[in-house]
Structures are given as C-alpha cells and as structure tokens.
Design a protein around this ligand. Structure first.
Ligand code: ADP
Ligand code: MG
Ligand code: ZN
Length: 383
C-alpha cells in the first residue's frame, strides 16, 4: 500500500527549479491522491505558464517512481493565487536579503568590484589547451539548461578560436541601449550571447574592443552588457593556464568552474594544471568533463576508443574532483556547428551534466539562505 505520507516525503526532495527550495516547504503540493499503484499530484506553480513547469513535472515523476510501488504518476498543475504569491514573496524576500552588491557603470580597477547583479549562477568552462571542445561543451550546456526552461547566457571569453556566435548561427550585431549598455544577441531558442566576435568590426563600438588587452575586453563583456536576469551565465574561458584565464577567473564573481579535457592531451599534465588553476580560484570546482572520449561504432553501437583508453574518470579521481561525464565524438557536431544549428543537437551526457549543475545550484541557494537571517521562521519576541 502506498500511503500519502510516503508520497509527501518523496516530494520533499523535489526542489522548485527556480527558487531552489523543496516544493513541500514552499507549500506547492496541493493534492495527492492514490489509486492502487497510480499516484496523482497537483502542484501549484508560482507562475501559471512557468517555462520551468515541465522540468518540475519531470522531477516530481522521477522522485515518485523511485518507489517500487508507484507504477504511474500524473502531475497536474495549477497556479498560486495572488495572495499566496504575495505571501511567498515576502517570505523569500525576508530570507534572501543579501549584502548589497556594488552597482554602477564603472567597475574600477579592483578585481572584487564586479557585482553579481541578477546573475544567479556564473559558471566558467576552462581547459588546459585549445581544441578540446571547450566551446562546444559550453554551447551544449547552455542549450540543455535552456531546454529545461532556464534563462541562460553565454559570455564568450575565448577570443582565440571560432566564436560561439558561429555555432549558434548568429549574424546580428549586439545593439546599444540609450544608456550605452550593450544588448546581447539572442539565439533561436532564447540564449543570450555576447562575444567579442560579434562586435570586432563594428566602428560604432568603443576602441577598447579592438585592443589587445584581453582582460579588459572580458570585463567589458561582463560589465557593459545588459544581461538582464539569468539563472545561468556560462563563461567560455580562453584556453590554457596562462595569465588570461587566471585574470578572468579572478575578476568575475564566479560560482563554479568546469574543466574540459580530451584523451588526446598526452597524459594528464595539462589537465592537472588546468584543474589546479581552477582550484586556486574563488569558486567551486564543479568537475571534469571528458570530451571526444570515444566513438560509437556505426555498425554495432559499441564504443571505440579512438584516442586510447579514456582517462577522464581515473584522472578526476586522482585529482579529487567530481567526474561529470564523457562526451563521445560525433561527426554530426561538425555539420551542425558549420550551419549554426548547434541547438538541434542533443546527447544524453549533457542532460546529466545539466541536472548535476542545477542540483548544485539549488544546494548553493539553500546554503546561502541558511546563512542568512530568516525573519519569518525566527520571529523576534516583542513583548
Ligand atoms: N565531441 C565532439 N565530436 C566531434 N567534434 C567535436 C566534438 N567536440 C568538439 N568538436 C569539434 O572540434 C573542434 C574544436 O572544438 P571547440 O569547441 O572549438 O574547442 P575549443 O573551444 O576547446 O578550442 C570544433 O570544430 C568542434 O565542432
Ligand atoms: Mg573555443
Ligand atoms: Zn562495431
């Protein structure tokens, strides 16, 4: 027999994908009905047509199906009433009042003066050398997070290679707002992209964009761009362990770093260096992704290790970083990239990496909240 309590307990583990708090704690679970091995739950969404609704529904289904007894799940959604929303908003506001981040247009020379603005998770993607597929991994993570319904941006700080703009087929130039800020270019599925390559030949743009000072350019890509509010800003870092990526890592308020490697990188020296660089930074090292790990045989579907034994997982263990996954070599990628259609690509490994990222981000949000005064649960006794 399935009982209601066990269902509610399973639902405790499901976090609202936007707020990062359990849907049970948020009072979003409105109805649970059980008929034999079928469970129906009704969830009240914060916004009626929330783009993240689908993701939440999938999460609820997954959580409930973990129990062997539950055979099928129906998730219905309603929307919170205005009053309920206002209540929730007040509760959350009281919880999340944070120390103000610096605002204003001039970041100044100090590295710690770049404010976080409305960018919830800033994640940099790094690699020890070029050509390992760092930009591809960045693009696909953005695509996957977007598919889940998140607001996503890509800051292309890899000024060395073909641009992110190309694989998304972006041709428009970023426009300028009346206040002088730059509006990023938006991809077909709604990812905001800002890249030096989008502005290089534009005489309207400030001279500094042409300048050789990578660091300064990257700071502008971050600071002068009107990113709006994003759940994820992914930063495609310059490759290598030289000064350029280091400065970027230090000057942007990063939340996490992902290192991309490929089995071609002779032994582990380069990857080790990249990981060590990332470890030194003021951000969580989220893990290692091995790209071009293997080729899937077109005849039998077995994995062929074209570049020798994949070593990502072993290496990650040695270096004591989480291993996020292996990305196979896929000839389709080249074609889609050339045609600016990377948003049509999908591979299961990116689904699991994106899931890992959003779980981490939620935990991060919860930790943040735990460390803050929670006005609504600890009422000051005023007598
Ligand atoms: N898993 C993959 N399978 C096939 N081609 C890939 C794969 N990953 C990357 N590529 C291709 O390899 C080249 C280098 O990738 P890129 O992302 O530009 O590398 P990086 O940013 O590390 O220099 C690109 O042409 C890209 O389309
Ligand atoms: Mg690149
Ligand atoms: Zn085969």
């Amino acid at each position: 027999m399935i009982d209601k309590n066990s269902i509610v307990n399973s639902l405790r583990g499901v976090l609202d994908p936007e707020i990062g708090i359990s849907i049970v704690d948020l009072n979003m679970v409105r109805d649970v009905s059980i008929e034999g091995d079928h469970v129906k739950v009704t969830i009240a969404l914060t916004v009626a047509h929330c783009p993240l609704a689908k993701t939440l529904q999938t999460d609820v289904e997954k959580a409930l199906k973990k129990s062997n007894e539950v055979k099928s799940v129906t998730v219905e959604t309603t929307a919170m009433s205005k009053t309920e929303l206002n209540e929730l908003r007040t509760r959350l506001q009281n919880r999340t009042t944070q120390t103000p981040t610096p605002q204003g247009n001039s970041p100044g020379p100090g590295i710690d003066r770049l404010g976080k603005r409305e960018l919830r998770n800033i994640i940099a993607i790094a690699s020890g050398k070029g050509g390992v597929g760092k930009s591809f991994v960045t693009s696909m993570l953005a695509v996957q997070l977007r598919r889940l319904g998140y607001e996503v941006g890509i800051l292309d700080a890899d000024l060395t290679g073909p641009s992110i703009a190309k694989v998304f087929g972006l041709k428009d130039r970023p426009s300028k707002t009346p206040s002088g800020r730059i509006t990023p270019v938006v991809t077909r599925t709604g990812i905001k992209v800002m890249s030096i390559n989008l502005v290089l030949d534009d005489p309207e743009m400030p001279v500094i964009w042409r300048g050789p000072i990578v660091n300064s350019v990257i700071r502008q890509l971050y600071w002068d761009v009107d990113w709006g509010s994003l759940h994820y800003l992914l930063v495609d870092l310059p490759p290598g362990t030289s000064d350029a990526p280091l400065t970027v890592l230090q000057s942007l308020p990063l939340d996490g770093v992902i290192v991309v490697s490929s089995p071609q990188e002779l032994a582990s020296l380069i990857v080790t260096k990249a990981v060590n660089m990332a470890k030194k930074m003021n951000a969580e090292l989220l893990g290692l992704v091995e790209n071009m790990s293997y080729l899937t045989c077109p005849h039998c579907g077995k994995a062929i290790n074209v570049f020798g034994e994949p070593q990502g997982e072993k290496l990650a263990k040695q270096l004591n970083v989480p291993f996020l996954g292996s990305v196979p070599v896929d000839p389709i990628i080249a074609r889609l990239s050339d045609h600016g259609q990377i948003e049509d690509y999908s591979a299961s490994v990116f689904q699991s990496i994106a899931d890992e990222l959003r779980i981490r981000a939620s935990q991060h949000a919860q930790q943040l909240m735990q460390g803050l005064p929670i006005a609504w649960s600890i009422q000051p006794s005023e007598s």
